[in-house]
Design a protein around this ligand. Structure first.
Ligand code: DX5
Ligand code: ZN
Length: 233
């Protein structure tokens, strides 16, 4: 199965004093989605942005907002993020006691009109934790660093989770997030990922357009060539 590659630059690494021009820079570079990292200082040891900033981004962005909730109580804030204009809304499975709570969260996101509902998990959480809800989500976000900060090093062990999702027949989006760059993207694509988040490697690049194009080409090429990726062997 060949699926289109989507690149979702993370505004966590943007210049927050100039968000509108940073959004435009990412869009001119060819961004498919814009990744928005929401952190509550509780689920992760960092604080970022909330619904008002998502709403402001929505006013200036043309591409869909891919909102990654790294917060302990996704249900409590879901309505605010839906109203702010989240297109993809992803919660962490670690925040739910079990399948029942995860299904209730997904159902509430849908009731609020979220178009694409995602579930995520940190590198130390077994992929089996999301299996019970795979039929109900559009996207699984496989974290390739521990949620909380940009600029961390890619953890290759998580590639087996992406492979496991595809081996199980999951046909939704598999997004990977953390430490992605031209060196790590090919292994992710080969494992079955189709949405690639990148913060520091894109916003820190002298030429974001060229770098994003390189990311896309390296993903496309490695999907076609199942053989030559050392991280996957
Ligand atoms: C980490 C965030 C990521 C982060 C990725 O908690 O979920 O989206 O912005 O940043 P890089 O690409 O710099 O690892
Ligand atoms: Zn993220």
């Amino acid at each position: 199965m060949t699926r289109p590659i989507l690149i979702s630059p993370s505004i966590l690494s943007a210049d927050f004093a100039n968000l509108e021009s940073e959004v435009q820079r990412a869009e001119s570079a060819g961004a498919d989605w814009l990744h928005v990292d929401v952190m509550d200082g509780h689920f992760v040891p960092n604080l970022t942005i909330g619904p008002p900033v998502v709403a402001a981004l929505k006013r200036v962005a043309s591409v869909p907002l891919d909102v990654h909730l790294m917060i302990s109580e996704p249900l409590r804030y879901a309505a605010a993020f839906a109203a702010a204009g989240a297109h993809v809304l992803t919660f962490h499975i670690e925040t739910c006691a079990g399948e029942k709570e995860a299904r209730a969260t997904i159902a509430e996101f849908r009731r609020l009109g979220i178009e694409k509902v995602g579930v995520s998990l940190n590198p130390d959480i077994p992929i089996e934790r999301v299996f019970p809800v795979l039929d109900a989500v559009d996207l699984v976000l496989v974290m390739s660093v521990f949620a909380g900060f940009g600029g961390q090093k890619f953890i290759p062990d998580v590639l087996s989770k992406t492979r496991a999702l595809r081996a199980r027949g999951f046909e939704g989006y598999v997004e990977m997030d953390g430490g992605l760059n031209a060196e790590t993207i090919p292994a992710c694509a080969q494992a079955g990922a189709d949405v690639f988040v990148s913060g520091s490697a894109l916003f820190g690049a002298p030429d974001m357009h060229a770098t994003l194009a390189r990311f896309r080409t390296s993903a496309e090429n490695s999907i076609q060539r199942d053989d030559a990726c050392p991280l996957n062997s």
